[in-house]
Write a protein that binds this ligand. Sequence first.
Ligand SMILES: *Cc1c(COP(=O)(O)O)cnc(C)c1O
Length: 420
Amino acid sequence: MSKKPFVSKEKLDEIAAQYATPFYLYDETAIRETARRVNKAFAWNQGFKEYFAVKATPNPAILKILHEEGCGADCSSYTELQMADAVGFKGDEIMFSSNATPAEDFQLARQLNVTINLDDITHIDFLEKVADIPDTVSCRYNPGGHFAIANNIMDNPGDAKYGMTREQMTEAYKILLSKGVKHFGMHAFLASNTVTNDYYPELARILFQVAVELKEETGAHIEFINLSGGVGIPYRPDQEGNDIMVIGEGVRQAFEDILVPAGMGDVKIFTEMGRYMLAPYGALVAKAIHVKHTYKEYIGLDACAANLMRPAMYGSYHHITVMGKEDAPCDHKYDITGGLCENNDKFAIDRMLPEINIGDLLFIHDAGAHGFAMGYNYNGKLRSAEVLLKEDGSTELIRRAETPADYFATFDFTGLFKNI
Ligand SMILES: *Cc1c(COP(=O)(O)O)cnc(C)c1O
């Protein structure tokens, strides 16, 4: 089985002639289609909103597309708040789901009047001290233990730094009520990159149950329940992807079973997906610049782990298409490497691919979320450009590549690099 790039070889040759490799390429058509499908899957819920996790793909042009499709923005830091604000997201179109939050971040969140999702019970006092407590506050829940679906352990919330215990949720709501909060939210993120249609529905059942209890215990008005991120994508060609329509229907059933009978049919459902919204619709495009034969066969690219860290950091699989050789036999075994002085700088290890020649373009799939965003400057490597393939087939540079002057910019006070 294989994955098909969202761009033809001819088109990519044309784009690569205009923008130097490596670069990220995003597919506007598919991004819009996905946002529309998500909104359709949850259209049964009055007030549903997908708050795109800005950290996944922090680019204003991408955020603007999602804003046009009715999405909000989920921010976790000062600069993410600034970016969402600059793009035009206003007030409750922004969710602030942070942790270990600096005072300045809460202050900006209050200034922009965004919805704040508190990670810890102690953040109530902290927020009150550094800013003030708004009318609407959300609390992040961590049930502890293991999170399992049909006896399969998906993740280990008990080891995760996020969220409040069950007892703390009740206590937090009571404290917030005493401080005048009128509307409440609940949030939890219990498993990452789930490739099953059951994750959101299972999570929803847990959260809906706790929401009913919290309402009974405290009398709080629960306005929204935020299922956060964690809906995954099939990185491997033999995996089957999630069906967001089935997921939306599963959440609807949990809603009908638990919230409606408790008189809570007005609760809004929010999501904060990053990966599902963007990962398949962005690719890292790089050129083969070296062929090396030692104890193994190596292909050296002009991109490296500083451009896409997931394989080096998590051992993640990213499918690779050698452009123009889609139908050639995969009869060569390669390590596909970048140029970092780090032996884990490999996009693929022992990967069967068609024969690769110097100058071939490689399309590294599923890099549209947590790809460019996790880039770094190790070894003095520079961040690449980001290019948008628009609906009409034209392209737009949505971030220029870094230059050496950008790399040296934080030494500007020294005067050492002013001629670079
Ligand atoms: C990272 C993150 C997300 C997005 O996660 P995905 O796996 O990309 O869906 C959403 N909410 C919060 C609070 C996060 O930290």
